[in-house]
Ligand binder design. Structure first.
Ligand code: ADP
Ligand code: MG
Length: 246
């Protein structure tokens, strides 16, 4: 496996008036193509800052970051936006769906700004099918459960066929069974080759992934390989069924 993310000595310092906040202090992190990695750590430890840098939403104060061998520090804002749109799919704790658009419209959104309109329709349908929501295509977010909303968000993250999916607390607003269903979808996508980085507070969720990176005070203080990750589909068989996950 080759490295899709290579970070060395990454720092990020925010300036609040006279106060300096050192959000990241010399982070070294590599992620291989096809890995499924969790970032854990207490509030304020730098998880979101790290995700923002990985996704090119923000740039480091110092250090080296290669994303699929591209030296991100050399890119201008337009190039960063382009690389983000092409290579990264985002999933958030609060779903961030457009309430006035139906499932189709939400999933189509990332493609509206991309030139490739030719197979837009089939890409949207494929993404919706990948998360098992084909029957709900015309429904709006307020007609969906929390788990279904997060599945729409995952489908939206997939439409551009990104190499990496970043998920910041994707199960934070969901009950444990629904969280398990979401982890089943992430595991499916990972088996299909997607590299996934997930932020969570819950060890139960982290144990579904292959490696756990622990952040504290802006530094990685421990990394742990998960010996045999929990298989969400296996676990779901033993749990009460809430929704039809196809
Ligand atoms: P986490 O996601 O682990 O809770 P963050 O990455 O959000 O942590 O924050 C790390 C540290 O950086 C915290 O001390 C936070 O207050 C600070 N921080 C984050 N974003 C900003 C910002 N835009 N301006 C100033 N300080 C920030
Ligand atoms: Mg955060």
């Amino acid at each position: 496996m080759s490295e899709i993310i290579y970070m060395q000595g990454i720092t990020k310092t925010y300036h609040l008036g006279k106060i300096q906040v050192r959000a990241l202090r010399a982070v070294d992190l590599t992620v291989k193509q096809g890995e499924f990695v969790t970032v854990m750590g207490p509030s304020g430890s730098g998880k979101s800052t790290l995700m923002n840098i990985i996704s090119c939403l923000d740039t480091p104060t110092s250090g080296k970051y290669l994303l699929e061998d591209t030296d991100v520090s050399r890119l201008n804002d337009n190039q960063l936006a382009a690389i983000r749109n092409k290579k990264i799919g985002f999933v958030f704790q609060t779903f961030n769906l457009l309430s006035r658009s139906n499932v189709y419209g939400n999933v189509e959104l990332p493609l509206i700004y991309s030139a490739n309109a030719a197979n837009r329709h089939s890409k949207v349908l494929d993404s919706i099918e990948a998360v098992g929501l084909s029957k709900w295509i015309k429904h709006k977010p307020n007609e969906l459960s929390g788990g279904q909303k997060q599945r729409v968000a995952i489908a939206r993250a997939l439409t551009n066929d990104p190499a990496i999916i970043l998920a910041d607390e994707p199960t934070g607003n969901l009950d444990s069974v629904t969280g398990e269903e979401i982890m089943a979808i992430f595991q499916d996508l990972n088996r299909m080759g997607k590299t996934i980085l997930l932020v969570t507070h819950e060890m139960d969720i982290a144990l579904h992934t292959q490696r756990i990176v622990y952040l504290r005070d802006g530094k990685i203080f421990k990394q742990q390989q998960v010996e045999s990750p929990i298989d969400a589909r296996e676990k779901l068989k033993a749990l009460p069924k809430l929704e039809d996950v196809s």
